[in-house]
Design a protein around this ligand. Sequence first.
Ligand code: ATP
Length: 756
Amino acid sequence: MVDNSMNKPVYSRFSQVKDAIQGVEAIDYFFAKEMLSALTSHTKSQTLTEEKAESGCDISPEISRQRNLYHLFLALSASLRAGHSCLPLSEIADQHWGKGFVLSNNVNQAKNDNQQDSEGLTQEHTQELSHAGFVFAPLTQLQAMLSELNILASDQQLLVLQQDKLYLRRYFQFESDLGQAINVRLLQKSQYDNDSIRQCIGMLFPNESAQGEAQDADSLEIDWQKVAVANAINKNFSVIAGGPGTGKTYTVTKLLAALVLLEQQSLEQKGIEQQRQQGTPVLNIALVAPTGKAAQRLSESIVNAISGFKDLIDDKVLAEIPTQAQTLHRLLGVLPNSPNFRHHEDNRLSYDIVLIDEVSMVDLPLMTRVFRALKDTAKVILLGDADQLPSVAAGSVLADIAPRPHGRFSLENEEYINLVCQLSPDQVSGYFSAQSQSITSNHNAQSNKQSTQASFDYLTFLVKSRRFDGKGGIGLIANSVIQGDVKSSWRLLFDSLPQVTQEGYIKGGYLQEGKNQNQQSSQLTLAQGDLSTWLAPLVKQYYQPIEHCSNVSDAFALLSQFRVLCATRQGDYGVERLNEVIKSYLGKNNAPYQQTLYHGQPIMINENDYRLGLYNGDIGIIWRVVDQEGKVHLMACFEDTSVESKVLESTETSQQAIRQILPSRLPQFESVYAMTIHKTQGSEFSHVAMVISATQSEQQSNQQSGSKLLSRELLYTGITRAKKQLTIAANQRVWQQGVTGQVQRHSGLDLDFDQV
Ligand SMILES: Nc1ncnc2c1ncn2[C@@H]1O[C@H](COP(=O)(O)OP(=O)(O)OP(=O)(O)O)[C@@H](O)[C@H]1O
């Protein structure tokens, strides 16, 4: 119960808040308490004494004000935890915050429920604290209360109110620094002339219809890979966005080749090419990704792309493209036991070009730190899939800068693209006009005000997947999920049941080849019924052979074939239980809930250990190793591409170096037969089994608590981790809940879209 004492504006114990308001954590409670006392202690309370409490309740205006402020701070803290960078006051003004919904949940459905809830209560027009929660004051009053605090007055203050968005100063600073660093680059002009660029593009895309995207009817014959290269060459900031396998890495490798070639030509023209020391690259290029796994995949894709361009591009150019990607943390230089990095605004990196892959995973603070550490002239190229889940920590940088639908190019940029890509004058403009017409006529389209009004010259979307041809089940279901199409996505899934009885349950046979009638269901399988029916055969096929591999590199190769992905950690279908279930199928759960290690056990690190160079999300395998004295030890083995790592094993099947670490030295870890969808971002597997089921009681309790964990972005991210086979365990109700949910993150990243 809430403290109803009239002279106490806030709760006196965390348990009281928890009882009254949904989704609040202890950290929010303490944050709000501290903020209130820090910010109101030196504010004149008399200013509000004339004000009437709108509720007509017998509480003083000052107490009402403090309660509003207290709940604002509570909501701000909850918002940051949910990944928003700020709290828009319009989202909470006049709203009831109570037990029935989670105010700052970042899944959009919550807002609708929230509005419904609020209607009844705002009619009562009470600002009183009650056992049902709290009703915030109207927007103008909230703004007035915050202005009273003079929070904008000093750089020392912890809060910032920007328009109607309330920020912690730290996050405001991150957002404005990032916006400024991007805007500086948007204004920088290309140093290469259009003629040289046109020749270069002609060389890289010699046969449009055979090489590019010309066959794609949806893109009106435009080769968007070619446009992406042309578009990024003359800008110091660019984003190439696209779904899985749309050729982002393939395209960016051509882009890097183009930049190297143009730079070589430019040096030759200036007569200084000969003076260049042998081995010194013309451009200092960094390839970066947010996780070790993503960096490894980027390196592999670049190597593949380069080897495919041998006949097209001069060796002298290809030799200058780096093939070794690093993590963002390594780029910035981790300082042991410090939250800061070695490189920052006062100790900048010397790179001329920085390419960052998998940008959807990069949070606002880290992205800002990268820009702060770069020289102002460094060219930044971002790659990613804006439909995926946003970063775990605050911000939604990629979704903010690459919103769908694509806004159009400025006329100046269109002319430039037409010229250097040798397109007819109406090709690009025709495409954008057709797109905007289909957006206006499609009421379901997620209309983004910003994207329909501004020019997005720095942004190119790749639209055609090279991995999924659009007819295969994985590609189809990924598309229908991200479009929020419950009916067709469920039909695709339901049609993939191998054998169905009248009750809708399978009769088994998940892994039998040739059971399915068409191509889409041969990629896709709906798993319903008992776990042992469908999961046990998959465990037998993929996980059981791991411990029998002749070396740990082969074991890693096998482990990367398959993964069970869950929406949650807890619950009957959460990571923790499924890991135990899988161990029991493997006969390894003799001592459940104990950290008993065994040969062939896959593990995932759950916290960063900078000293050991192990990071949250790193995957290892416990492996039996014989030492020089012939003694057998269990060691934790990790794949590592870094030069500093100690190479302990290298086989012909994999060039990967393997690091061995004593299990007793490991930071917190757990088994990783099953992992959350969040943690798989940046990784891919041949076969994915995605479990988004929930028991009936879990569904009920989720509904009661207003938990909206499932979203189309979560499902899409899980689906697109699968390269060849996708098994989905779901029932219709949970599926519907997921496909209709949409992640929403509040932020205020401000780019000068029309300044290019
Ligand atoms: N224009 C093209 N012509 C021929 N092959 C292509 C073309 N574009 C891409 N590919 C091939 O398609 C595959 C996927 O390309 P790529 O790895 O660049 O996609 P991506 O968007 O980076 O994928 P991911 O989602 O894994 O990051 C690669 O094998 C690549 O060689």
